[in-house]
Design a protein. Structure first.
Length: 152
């Protein structure tokens, strides 16, 4: 009986952690003045893949270290938990391609909300980096899958 209780508790903890993660992510993407919303009066968007990534790398000395790290690594790291928790909380979403597709779709949805409500900046590079983050999260899940079995 101990194994079933441990699995049940593990699933509850994973679901709660996933929901908390989604709430924190939503705050940073749509409400945070420092990291999410663009402060400019004119709404900007980028539809050219890798344009902003190249710009951040090329002009990182002008933007400053924090701006560079937040925009490049922050966009990737922000979605690692998505790729890690999704296969834990949902048995039907345990394949690499499913997690990658949902990471892409979720990110695209966020970018479309930003475009529709002119909150933040619609950027195809964000979609690329966020999807990469979900992939890295899935790789972490796959690496620890055997250890996580007793909780799933």
């Amino acid at each position: 009986m101990r194994g079933k209780t441990q699995k049940r508790c593990g699933k509850i903890i994973a679901r709660v952690a996933f929901v908390v993660y989604l709430m924190v992510l939503t705050y940073f993407l749509f409400f945070s003045e420092r990291y999410g919303r663009a402060g400019a009066q004119i709404y900007r968007y980028n539809l050219v893949p890798f344009r902003e990534i190249r710009r951040y790398i090329q002009y990182r000395h002008l933007f400053g270290w924090e701006y560079f790290v937040v925009n490049i690594y922050g966009n990737i790291l922000a979605f690692v938990p998505f790729g890690f928790f999704l296969p834990i909380v949902s048995k039907s979403n345990r394949s690499f391609w499913t997690v990658t597709l949902y990471g892409f779709e979720f990110t695209l949805g966020i970018e479309l909300v930003q475009l529709s409500f002119q909150v933040g900046t619609f950027d195809v590079d964000d979609i690329i980096m966020n999807t990469l983050g979900a992939i890295l999260g899935y790789i972490l899940f796959a690496l620890f899958k055997k250890k996580l079995k007793k909780f799933m």
